[in-house]
Write a protein that binds this ligand. Sequence first.
Ligand code: ADP
Length: 541
Amino acid sequence: MLGSMMMRPLNVADILTFAADTHPTGEIVSVRTEGDLHRYTYADSARRVAQLAHGLKAQGANPGDRIATLAWNGYRHFELYYAIAGIGSVCHTINPRLSAEQMTYIVTHAEDTMLFVDLTFVPIVAALRDHWPKGLKVVVMTDRAHMPDGDYLCYEELLDGHPESYDWPELPEETAVGLCYTSGTTGNPKGTLYTHRSTVLHAMMVGLSLPSALQPGKKILPVVPLFHVNAWGLPYAAPLTGASLIFPGGALDGESIFRLMDNEEVFSAWGVPTVWLGLQGEIANQGRLPTGFGDMVVGGSAAPASMIRDFEERGVNVCHAWGMTEMSPVGTQGNLPAHLADVSMDKKIEIKSKQGRRIFGVDLKIVDEDGTRLPHDGEAAGELYVRGNAITSGYFKNDEANATAFDAEGWFGTGDVATIDGDGYLTITDRAKDLIKSGGEWISSLDLENTVMAHPRVANCAVIAVPHPKWDERPLLIVVPSPEGKPEVSELMALLEEHFAKWQLPDDVVFEDELPLTATGKVSKLTLRKKYMDHVLPASG
Ligand code: ADP
């Protein structure tokens, strides 16, 4: 028997309409590429989004068109998310840190019809445009006074003179709303095509799961980019809950982030660990936290225990989260449940170093090489599979990838290797392709890194597999020293010996001034593996 409730489709446009009605004074503050700070409210934003939607229609945008963005976190990028979605087109966010080849691949693969670009990235467009689909309209996200020379439309002129309201169409909730390609460390990037339904549900899931930051009056700094992984859902979850968004533009170094947080009294900051390493440095310089800072979400790659401890001991609640582009992206979050609220600091750090527990709408399973489910006992490690309400059911126009992305039960393979304990805590031990296989046994690079990061003279580190004639692969530790100077290798090994068996220890330690990063700000182990492919390890057993 079917129930008899209204079947109103979930629609992204409703989020901003709701915010404008219900949280009209919630703010969006943006560091602009023009060099100044811009601020307005959700109510102001909704009016400009309506104007932009009219402007897009006037340019001939049709439902289903892929309309690309190449932009920092700022209010105009936010407006594009909503205006493009609202008219039934698809907002295709492009990561400006991709290689020229990858960018050309995805613009062509997505068949973008328009591209909105921040001033900073105009040179990228100028260099690549000849290789992109003919007829692609390029709009520069600025006003007339700052327009570059060339065949470009002006963003502010697109809005000028249009009505400040729009009669949003009622779209089926399965309508595509956004497209985001993973950087694809091997092979071509793969696109996840979100729906209105998945996006609205994900916004509600994130709002429910991370309530400390997502509240009216709270200010959130998304360092996680709008150009990748939907800024972890914040452009939707923040207006839905009334939290304000403080967008940092392109100024992402520790000093700039500190200043912005301090001036705006940001409560909660969201981003990858590499960004927080920079902020940690500035906090140490100034000997204080930015005013009002009390909460952070860290994910995208593993947050070292030493970093979590540093922030927690300064009174900042750290939520270690895990997810991926294909999951909208949040899968788990690590705020302590009520029954663990009073644990000791050491225990807290131990728990928070794990990647947290699933949020509603995400199911997790770990399996062995035959696909057999493994127990959730915190010991058994296997490949992590997921299913849920905001998880991809297939990459955009990519039969080849889709042929192997799902198991027989329809679960999506994350490519991560993990354990899940009896309380539901997920621990990512590695990306499958980063695991080190030594003499038939697996060594977790993340575990080794986490331990080494605790040394005060280690600013950053990575453990990678180096080919070995006898053992297939052996671990090599690469260390970036802190400004105080290099740590002694013997000290690093002593630290590791406390936690690992002898055969798991790195065979060699090398020092680098910095580690190469991927387009999404993670340490690029692929680049490191290539660099050290022929590294000669000292003779070992
Ligand atoms: P890409 O890194 O390829 O651009 P994503 O941004 O979607 O793609 O990254 C998803 C991957 O990032 C996950 O599969 C996982 O390997 C890694 N990851 C995300 N969060 C964490 C975390 N908290 N700890 C460890 N790994 C993480």
